[in-house]
Design a protein around this ligand. Structure first.
Ligand code: FAD
Length: 467
């Protein structure tokens, strides 16, 4: 069994197949595992994430995967999400005593950055999601409708759009509302905030991302498999409608009973000849799947400037500030006792792609100093900007019709990756789902079916009673 790609999709497929008794040989082009959800060490010894990654309580497969590879205790979960506008008004999202779907009602009613009119319009749209159990009728329209259109039909106020829907959904889906399929947007609210009172809890890694995958290599190798790093795939050979060989850098050729290709769709498309597209028409559409950017900005201050573990900013370019020093705890804190390391995240950062790095640093520093008074006196000792132009696939209306299944009509060829058909947007959860689905497809074909995919969180509270 060969798995190509050591991101979450390849790792979850590899670990599942090793557990099912297959000898897994995993090949990854880079010198480390984790793909887009990883971290590296800077020349000065500082560990930086490619970008801050967070999970939610509703991401049941990612949680299962972390458990399988012994990383579950490296994720800290938080019940309180804090928001702040440029006037310094704050609001929280936190479950109270009421049962789902009303568990957030208390914090919503007192959310200061929204007006009464904003809240009333949001309430009406939320009731529509609730009444339809997450499946409003207009989501079925041919070709899909955008989230912006869905919200316009529900007459949302400008404040509701900018300070509520856009804030939550651009972060969750890495795309602007007019380019987001409403099905994904509604799903975020149904699964994350309405159907179960723990779905919204935010999980943040307490270690640099690469350390979450230490157990993957062990799980594969202790069952007789191998993990090959610095091994870029260069060619896939077909014979008689089946994959019969793969070729790596340096001419190394390998064969196997089955191959899981867990590469980003853009990288896979580059390796496919016309013959693949003839045998499996779904592979002809990969370039219909567009990509969207995320920018991460890393700041090191000479002193503590922030106490909260994270904060969402409203009406600014900076969307999230993560207090990495606090999240890592003492063991992983930056060198220098009092330094503080913050990581800022800007999703769907199209406007920043062409901007010089110094301009981005200046813009974000001004916003941080506006939001955190202690940062005004502090000295910024170091800063870095990481632009990921193809961070995720863009969840544009109707994109699901271009996403191929994990099983293909080419013998021996299976696909995994957040971009394959999982029903989920480009997330770590989506990647793990795709890996589990690919492993299930391999086992089904081999006549030894097994289930790895975990169910969604069950509806609870009043949603269960009336659902
Ligand atoms: C900046 C940023 C922020 C994000 N934030 C979040 C977040 O907060 N929460 C969340 O859930 N998701 C987030 N995501 C999305 C998440 O990282 C991805 O959805 C997920 O990691 C994708 O996993 P994957 O295995 O499908 O793909 P990848 O992680 O891209 O893995 C593919 C692997 O294939 C390897 N590869 C490519 N070509 C070859 C080749 N020729 N030969 C061998 N190997 C090859 C690559 O090196 C890579 O390791 C973020 C993504 C980015 C970029």
């Amino acid at each position: 069994m060969i798995v190509i790609g050591g991101g979450l999709a390849g790792l979850s497929a590899g670990v599942a197949l090793a557990e099912a008794g297959w000898r897994v040989r995993l090949f990854e082009q880079r010198p480390f595992l984790g793909g887009r959800a990883t971290s590296y060490v800077l020349p000065d010894g500082e560990h930086v994430d490619n970008c801050q990654h967070v999970t939610l309580g509703c991401c049941t497969n990612l949680e299962d995967f972390y458990r399988r590879v012994g990383s579950a205790d490296k994720i800290k979960f938080f019940d309180r999400l804090l928001f702040q506008d440029p006037q310094g008004r704050t609001g929280e999202m936190q479950a109270g005593l009421l049962p789902a779907p009303f568990h957030m009602l208390g914090s919503f009613v007192t959310f200061a950055p929204l007006t009464l009119a904003d809240k009333y319009s949001i309430g009406r749209a939320i009731m529509d999601i609730l009444r339809s159990k997450g499946k409003p009728k207009d989501l079925e329209e041919a070709g899909g409708i955008s989230m912006l259109e869905w919200l316009r039909r529900r007459k949302q106020t400008r404040g509701a759009m900018e300070r509520f829907w856009r804030v939550v959904l651009v972060s969750a889906l890495d795309e602007e509302l007019d380019r987001t399929d409403a099905r994904y947007g509604v799903d975020v609210f149904w699964k994350g905030f309405l159907s179960n009172h723990t779905g919204y809890r935010m999980g943040v890694p307490a270690v640099p991302l690469a350390q979450l995958y230490d157990g993957c290599k062990w799980e594969i190798e202790r069952r007789g498999g191998e993990v090959n790093l610095r091994a870029p795939l260069r060619a896939i050979q077909l014979a008689g409608g089946a994959v019969n060989k793969v070729e790596f850098d340096g001419g190394r050729r390998e064969t196997a009973d089955a191959y899981v290709f867990a590469l980003p769709h853009v990288a896979l498309a580059d390796l496919l000849s016309e013959e693949f597209k003839r045998l499996e028409p779904a592979l002809a559409n990969l370039d219909e799947i567009r990509v969207a950017p995320i920018t991460g900005v890393h700041f090191w201050f000479d002193r503590e400037v922030m106490r909260e573990p994270f904060l969402t900013l409203l009406d600014t370019t900076t969307q999230w500030i993560f207090n990495k020093t606090a999240l890592y705890g003492k063991a992983n804190a930056s060198p220098g006792e009092k330094e503080q390391y913050l990581q800022l995240v800007i999703s769907a950062s199209y406007d920043l792609l062409q901007k010089p790095r110094q301009e981005i640093i200046d813009l974000c520093l001004a916003e941080v100093r506006q939001a955190l008074p202690a940062a005004r006196e502090a000295v910024l000792t170091k800063a870095t900007v990481i632009k990921e132009a193809a961070a995720t696939f863009s969840p544009q209306p109707g994109v699901d019709r271009w996403r191929p299944k994990q099983e293909t009509s080419i013998r021996g060829m299976f696909l995994a990756g957040d971009w394959t058909a999982t029903g989920w947007p480009a997330t770590m959860e989506g990647a793990v789902r795709s890996g589990y689905l690919a492993a299930e497809a391999v086992l089904r074909k081999a006549g030894t079916p097994r289930t790895f995919l975990q169910p969604d969180l069950p509806p609870d509270g009043l949603v269960r009673m009336f659902g």
